[in-house]
Design a protein around this ligand. Structure first.
Ligand code: ZN
Length: 339
């Protein structure tokens, strides 16, 4: 791991290349990443995550849970392009290690997430088939609201005894007052969103490792970095909505990876894991990653920034996403080249 330190550092940097067209969001990426490092020991986050996952992938058995899905009933009724592709790539890579994926999202986002996971190459099976396959994915509908969410989490964890890790990729979570917001401070209706922070808490109580990627501050996992962002984040202490609690999520996870675009954080985690494990053939090719970005559009999702039905992610074109993935592959090439 030590010898890979700089390569993990490069992956962290690439996942945090900032391309924001909205002035209000420019400069925030480095702020969040710096807070992520400061709160978690200062070592490259992709490397820490690869290290934490090493014994899980080495065992080659068990279930990983991947939670994603964000949108709003007015502009993004079927979700957005950031999140699904990150989950799809992680599911594909973890499947190559023999881990089956249980993917969870709210009902309106199920089609887009399913399409993305299939496009990246993972088979999606019903539970009876899924439990027999080490590399398959299953998609579960995460109920909205607090009460239904709690029953869902308890039932799921009682039924699935082999959950090894839970990932939250671009998954909104509530602030310290329990209010959900989008990244620009607008509150979300409590009964329209999954209360997936309950799953994070329940997993941690059971000693199941939790990982998160977020790119705004309102996503699950920012609880870890909250203190460091309260005064520096533009909506840290005041969201502008009546709650006055700020947008910063208050949910803690074991490993939080802030990224410029959440998909990129998930790609970097995947690449770091394959690099650390010497299993580079597990990484999907760009054309599969590209398909996982485009597939949600055909299923009704839009770009969360522009609102357009084009295969861009947070305003970054496919060309930009390819450049980012290519740079990560360049890190792989360098890491494998003898000095
Ligand atoms: Zn508020």
């Amino acid at each position: 791991m030590r010898t890979l330190h700089w390569f993990f550092h490069y992956l962290d940097q690439i996942a945090n290349l900032e391309f924001k067209s909205k002035p209000a969001q420019q400069g925030g990426t480095q702020l969040r990443y710096a807070a992520g490092l400061a709160a978690q020991g200062g070592e490259p986050l992709s490397g820490r995550i690869a290290q934490a996952l090493a014994p899980i992938v080495a065992s080659g058995t068990g279930t990983v849970v991947l939670v994603t899905g964000t949108g709003n009933p007015t502009w993004l009724p079927r979700g957005e392009t950031d999140g699904p592709s990150g989950v799809a790539v992680l599911a594909r890579v973890l499947g190559a290690f023999g881990l089956r994926s249980c993917i969870m999202t709210e009902a309106p986002f199920v089609d887009a997430v399913r399409a993305s996971v299939l496009a990246a190459g993972s088979p999606i099976l019903e539970e009876a088939g899924w439990v027999q396959r080490g590399n398959a994915a299953m998609v579960l509908t995460y109920p909205t609201g607090a009460a239904q969410g709690r029953a869902f989490v308890d039932g799921f964890l009682a039924r699935q005894q082999d959950v090894r890790a839970v990932f939250f990729i671009e998954k909104p979570g509530p602030n310290a007052l329990g209010v959900f917001h989008n990244s620009s401070g607008k509150p979300k209706a409590d009964d329209w969103v999954a209360h997936a922070h309950q799953l994070a808490d329940a997993a941690r109580e059971r000693g199941i490792l939790t990982f998160a990627v977020g790119d705004g501050g309102n996503e699950i996992g920012f609880g870890q970095l909250r203190e460091g962002l309260l005064t520096t984040h533009p909506y840290g202490t005041d969201c502008g909505c009546p709650c006055k609690g700020g947008i910063l999520n208050a949910t803690r996870v074991d490993y939080m990876f802030p990224a410029s675009v959440s998909n990129w954080g998930a790609y970097a985690m995947s690449v770091a894991l394959c690099l650390a494990s010497g299993k580079l053939e597990a990484l999907p090719e760009w054309r599969e990653v590209e398909a996982s970005i485009a597939a949600p559009i055909a299923a009704g999702a839009y770009d969360g920034y522009t609102g357009l039905a084009v295969p861009s992610v947070d305003g970054v074109s496919l060309t930009g996403n390819k450049a980012v993935y290519d740079l990560m592959m360049e890190v792989v090439r360098m890491a494998r080249t003898p000095a």
